[in-house]
Structures are given as structure tokens and as C-alpha cells.
Ligand binder design. Structure first.
Ligand code: GTP
Ligand code: MG
Length: 365
């Protein structure tokens, strides 16, 4: 996940630094004779090649024309201030990388404004410029993540409700077809179980073939109860029964599966609204697959026109080399990400955190 974006950010920084180093060496022949310059440049090139993973195109991604004043100041003061053209070239490389990685246009533009400001104001030390530039990129990305609403900590929320004896907590899983709703419901049940919290499943997808059996399978594997009916039955009435079961058996959580639906299908959206009315979920989670790219935010926005969505779980991040959605989806939709799905197993649900996203996107050296 995030591999493409990380590689491109890494290339952009390396391109900037490589050029910077060459220019600096050229400007101080007495301090850095040509032979030494060559031997200094080589390890960097070799290192860059090995990281850039063999694509000849990516070996020298940036051709920056550092201004003469940049290199002279850098050479004499040991301090580098990037010229406007340096910054323009570098940020346009970052911009392309972000857009290609499915980061939304608005988020990209806002990140670039922040980044340009930071780079213009900064005085970099020659020896640590790479780390310092990367830190500027990290801070700019962080500012975008900070603008998103904080999501509820689901586990803490449930624990608080248990302590207050306001039960059961009802969690509804919605989203388009095949995004991972049922699987994620199973993963969440497993995570809760590890915390000592039991759930009951509501097999409210009565539409797709084998959907009920899929939920039953999770229930059996995890040793949890499932409330089900026949195919074609009213999904809302199954949710109603599951809630009654939870109350009768003092189970703190009801996990309600739903059939996949497109936001354009009026009948299915109406069916969903009935479910929301009957079950009155405490938390409605939109399950979206990261691989859906830029269509994901419009799907979420369309769904949220009909019902309140409390959080997003972004699945299949393990299958998505781009991963840019993780950076911008909350920014674009205004709805926080709660978890990432990073595989098919029960243990492949990761809690969202800004650090998790930044560490995954940015090269660490
Ligand atoms: N690699 C990977 N696969 C996932 C992830 N989450 C779900 N899947 C797989 O995606 C496929 C669809 O998952 P489901 O849970 O059936 O999706 P759904 O949204 O319930 O599908 P419908 O009920 O048909 O709308 C299954 O093969 C899952 O194993 C994930 O995070 N990573
Ligand atoms: Mg399903």
C-alpha cells in the first residue's frame, strides 16, 4: 500500500538533493575536488537506483535548475535557501505524484500551498537538507490530515456505553457491492472479542446469494450468535430481531450487515432508510474500497445525502499501491476514517491514525 506515492515522493526529494549536492560541489572546487565529488556522488546514485526499483525512467526524475545564487549561498554559508524555480520544480513533481496516487485535487492543491510556504521560508543546512525537506513535506501532509474531523474511537465508545449500561450498541455496515462489508464486520467482531466484548450478527443481507451463509460462517468461527431469516426477507425486521436478542441475552453489541448497493439505486436506498429507521444505529459505517480511487468520495457523498455516516472503513489497502485516498478522503467528504482493512484475515484491521498514514506514505530517510 502507498508504494507508488512513497516512491515518487522519495524520488522527488532525491532529485532535489542530488542536484543540490552536485551544484554545491561544483561551486566549491577548492573544498571538494572533482575526484572527491565523484566518489561522493556515486553512493547516492547507487542508493537511489536500488530504491527506485529498476525503472530507467525513474532514475533521474527531476532536472532542477538551481539558481546560481542558491548554489553560491549554499556553498559559502553552508545554508541553502531554495529559489522559486527550485521550489516550483519540486512541488510540481510532488503534485503529479499525489494526483496519480488518487489524492484528491483540492487536498493536493492545499498541501502544495502549505509546502511552498514552508520551503520558501526555510533555510536548510547542506548536510541535513534531505531530512529537512522531508519534514516540510510531512508537516504539509499533516496539516491536511489535521483538518479532518476526529473519528470516534469505536472501542472506547462501546466501553463507555457498557460502563453506562446503555446497551446494545448498534453498528450498521453500508456501502457498494463487494467492498468488504461482511468481512469487515467479522474483523470488527474479532477485534471486540479480543477486548472481551461479545456481539451478535444481524444477517441483514437477504439479497446476495450466499450472503447469509457468509455471516453464519463468521459467527461460527468466532463463536458468536447470528440472527438470520430467509433470502428475500425484510432486512430491517432481522435487525430488529437481532437487537431484541442482544437485549434478552445481555450482548453489548449488534453488528448489522447489509446488502451492497449503488447510491443510484432508489429502491435499495429506500430499503436502507427503513433499516436506519427501525434499527436506529448508533454508528453507521461506510465500507469503501481504497481501490475505487476518486469515485470513492462521490460514492460516500451520495450515500451521505440519504443518511448520516459516522465513519469510513477503507478496505483493500493491501491491494492498492496508490493509497492516496487514505490521505484525502476525510478531507474531501468531511467524514473521518476509523479503520483500514489491510487483508482478508480477522487480524487485518488497523485503527486509523495520522501517523500510520504519514509513515506509510513518506520515505523514512
Ligand atoms: N485483500 C483484501 N481483501 C478484502 C479486504 N476486505 C475484504 N476483502 C475481500 O473482498 C471480498 C468481498 O468481501 P465481502 O466482505 O464479501 O464484501 P461485501 O461488501 O460484504 O460484498 P457484498 O455483500 O456482495 O456487497 C472478499 O473476498 C473479501 O475477502 C481487505 O482489506 N483486503
Ligand atoms: Mg456482504
Amino acid at each position: 500500500m502507498f508504494d507508488e506515492l512513497r516512491k515518487k515522493v522519495s524520488n522527488a526529494v532525491k532529485g532535489l538533493i542530488k542536484k543540490e549536492e552536485k551544484e554545491e560541489l561544483a561551486a566549491t572546487p577548492e573544498e571538494a575536488p572533482p575526484k572527491q565529488a565523484e566518489s561522493l556522488a556515486k553512493p547516492e546514485e547507487t542508493h537511489a537506483k536500488s530504491i527506485e526499483n529498476s525503472s530507467p525512467k525513474e532514475e533521474n526524475p527531476l532536472e532542477l535548475n538551481l539558481s546560481i545564487s542558491t548554489k553560491i549561498k549554499g556553498a559559502f554559508l553552508g545554508e541553502i535557501r531554495l529559489s522559486e524555480s527550485d521550489i516550483e520544480s519540486f512541488t510540481s513533481e510532488i503534485e503529479t505524484a499525489m494526483l496519480q496516487a488518487d489524492v484528491s485535487y483540492n487536498a493536493t492543491e492545499d498541501i502544495l500551498v502549505a509546502l511552498k510556504e514552508k520551503l520558501s521560508a526555510a533555510r536548510f543546512k547542506s548536510k541535513t537538507i534531505k531530512q529537512e525537506v522531508l519534514e516540510s513535506v510531512r508537516q504539509s501532509f499533516l496539516e491536511i490530515l489535521n483538518r479532518s474531523k476526529e473519528g470516534v474511537d469505536l472501542i472506547e465508545f462501546i466501553k463507555t456505553r457498557i460502563a453506562a449500561n446503555e446497551l446494545p450498541v448498534k453498528i450498521l455496515f453500508i456501502g457498494p457491492n463487494g467492498t468488504g462489508k461482511t468481512t469487515t464486520m467479522g474483523k470488527l467482531a474479532a477485534m471486540l472479542k479480543k477486548e472481551g466484548i461479545s456481539s451478535v450478527f444481524s444477517a441483514s443481507d437477504t439479497f446476495r446469494a450466499a450472503a447469509i451463509e457468509q455471516t453464519e460462517h463468521h459467527a461460527k468461527t468466532l463463536g458468536l450468535p447470528v440472527i438470520k431469516s430467509r433470502y428475500g426477507a425484510d432486512p430491517a425486521s432481522i435487525a430488529f430481531d437481532a437487537i431484541a436478542y442482544a437485549k434478552a441475552h445481555s450482548l453489548p453489541v449488534v453488528l448489522i450487515d447489509t446488502a451492497g448497493r449503488q447510491e443510484t439505486n432508489k429502491n435499495l436506498i429506500n430499503e436502507m432508510l427503513k433499516m436506519v429507521k427501525v434499527a436506529a444505529p448508533d454508528i453507521t459505517v461506510f465500507i469503501g474500497e481504497s481501490t475505487a480511487g476518486n469515485t470513492l468520495s462521490s460514492q460516500i457523498s451520495e450515500f451521505s445525502k440519504h443518511m448520516k455516516i459516522d465513519g469510513i472503513i477503507l478496505t483493500k489497502l493491501d491491494c492498492d499501491a496508490k493509497g492516496g485516498n487514505a490521505l484525502s478522503i476525510s478531507y474531501t467528504t468531511g467524514i473521518p476514517i476509523l479503520f483500514f482493512g489491510v487483508g482478508e484475515g480477522y487480524d487485518s484491521l488497523r485503527r486509523y491514525s495520522k501517523e500510520f498514514v504519514l509513515d506509510a506514505i513518506l520515505p523514512n530517510n
